[in-house]
Design a protein around this ligand. Structure first.
Ligand code: NAP
Length: 460
């Protein structure tokens, strides 16, 4: 993929970037490896001071950064501002909590004194997607900088200005050279980088294909990897749910980020008793949205991130219809310039058909009607993915029992899958492995080193 800003509102190329040369990549690796020998010896306080500055600079530059996001990938401007605020909160969270989360853990043993020390691993590579250009990077960079690791970040090729802006913020916050380095290289060159002994681990957020390729290269080199991949979250509506509330959250869960979120609500599984009411109200909620420029605050519905994304999604809808799906709303490209596709609601997709197992990465909702709670759980689990999911019910204990039976990394009761700095995020099955955010986010790229103290004259 060419590294460039292509505004999806107009599909025009705004700015092109030159890929880093092999010499520049070598220099980046050398500088990062050298910096690790320094950064690993800094105190938690020193690291936290840096991250507080990073967060402050993000907030100071909020409008400028949000405009960059919207220009490069089409997010509604209010959501872009929200993303910057959330990213700053993640940097603050790790600045405030990492020393506590990484403190020595005593181990009870008959063999004298023992403890686990959390030591850094070294240079890490983060491969990030375009859908949340700042938030995704914050999830990777903030905990690792606090651990004492140093990071190389390869961002998606369609958000180079966001990628450079984050590196600039680190530099302006006073980060030493090599602590945070942005690489302008295409995805296809990533696997080879894993062969370099200076890189000690890698994290990728993105598609299954990219994740499998990175994990294979990491495995070949006996290096740890974390994968945050796609999802097809079920949104279960039980007969005792508050339907108006469920419809509103269904809209938010499906349409946030124009549907381009790994944890978007994608499969609406509704029990028969309330299916007609839910469907009618949900279709009405998805209708008549104000389409337009995502930089205009009054716009409710913007473009997808790229023309290719819109072409791909339209093709998925076409295949679904060919397989027997009924279109309740939308289904076509919008007749205007830009990467637009109509807000769409489908039903009558046959469980088990090829399209039922695909991730629909955009404003296309699928409604499934089931007889009861058990059928809803079975259908929710009939997916190659295992990222998030929701259960809507007025009986919280029932909601917890259902949550317990859903095979995903996260389940939300009466809310779409969501995120906050203190909540762990990640999936199972083909959604990947490992966790980001919360206390779990500092446990991935850390050497949990046992230190045991013996008396000189202790028996064997
Ligand atoms: P993608 O094509 O996999 O791109 C993601 C990143 O991987 C980009 O930086 C891309 O670089 C790079 N890449 C591409 N091919 C690669 C390869 N062979 N080896 C290593 N890196 C490679 O993903 P996308 O389709 O744009 O992003 C959307 C996907 O991400 C969806 O499936 C979504 O669900 C998932 N996602 C998951 C999470 C989560 O936390 N679980 C969060 C957000 C998004 P180039 O741009 O240069 O190709």
């Amino acid at each position: 993929m060419t590294i460039a800003t292509i505004n999806p509102f107009t599909n025009t190329t705004v700015k092109r970037f030159t890929e880093d040369t092999p010499e520049q990549i070598e220099q980046a690796l050398t500088t990062a490896a050298a910096e690790f020998t320094h950064w690993r010896r800094t105190s938690y306080q020193e690291r936290a001071d840096l991250l507080y500055k990073v967060a402050a600079l993000m907030r100071e530059r909020k409008n400028e950064l949000a405009t960059l996001i919207t220009t490069e990938m089409g997010k509604l401007i209010a959501e872009s501002v929200g993303e910057i605020e959330l990213s700053a909160a993640i940097f603050d969270y790790y600045a405030e909590n990492a020393a506590r989360l990484l403190a020595d853990t005593p181990v009870k043993t008959a063999l004298g004194e023992a403890l686990i020390r959390h030591s850094p691993l070294g240079v890490l590579l983060g491969v990030e997607p375009w859908n949340f250009p700042f938030y995704q990077v914050a999830r990777f960079a903030a905990p690792n900088v606090m651990i004492g690791n140093v990071v190389l970040v390869k961002h998606a090729s369609n958000v180079p200005q966001c990628a450079i802006a984050i590196e600039t913020i680190f530099r302006d916050a006073g980060a030493p050279a090599g602590l945070y380095t942005n690489l302008l290289i295409p995805g296809r060159d990533i696997s080879a980088l894993l062969n370099d002994p200076r890189i000690k681990g890698a994290s990728l957020t993105g598609s299954e294909a990219a994740g499998a390729s990175l994990a294979a290269a990491a495995g070949q080199n006996i290096k740890k990897s974390v994968l945050e991949l796609g999802g097809s979250d079920a949104f279960i509506v039980l007969e005792d749910a508050d339907i108006d509330q469920a419809v509103e959250w269904a809209y938010v869960g499906r349409m946030n980020n124009t549907g381009q979120s790994c944890v978007a609500s994608k499969r609406f599984i509704v029990v028969a008793a309330v299916a007609e009411e839910f469907t009618r109200k949900f279709v009405a909620r998805m209708s008549n949205l104000k389409v337009g420029d995502p930089l205009d605050k009054s716009t409710q519905f913007g473009p997808l991130s790229s023309e290719e994304a819109a072409v791909h999604l339209e093709d998925q809808v076409r295949r679904a219809v060919k397989d027997g799906a009924t279109v309740l709303l939308g289904g076509k490209r919008i007749d205007r310039a830009g990467a637009f596709i109509e807000a769409t609601v489908l039903t009558d997709i046959t469980p088990g058909s090829p399209i039922s197992y695909e991730e629909l990465f955009g404003p296309v909702a699928v409604i499934y009607r089931v007889n009861d709670e058990q059928a809803a759980i079975a259908l929710a689990n009939d997916s190659p993915y295992g990222l998030g999911g929701s259960v809507f019910t007025n009986d919280i204990e029932r909601g917890k029992r259902v949550a317990d039976q859903i095979d995903t990394g996260m389940v939300f009761i009466n809310h779409p899958t969501w995120t906050a700095p203190e909540l762990p995020f990640g999936g199972v099955k083909r959604s990947g492995y490992g966790r980001e955010l919360s206390g779990l986010g500092v446990e991935e790229f850390v050497n949990k080193k046992l230190i045991r103290v013996s008396g000189l004259h202790d028996p064997l």
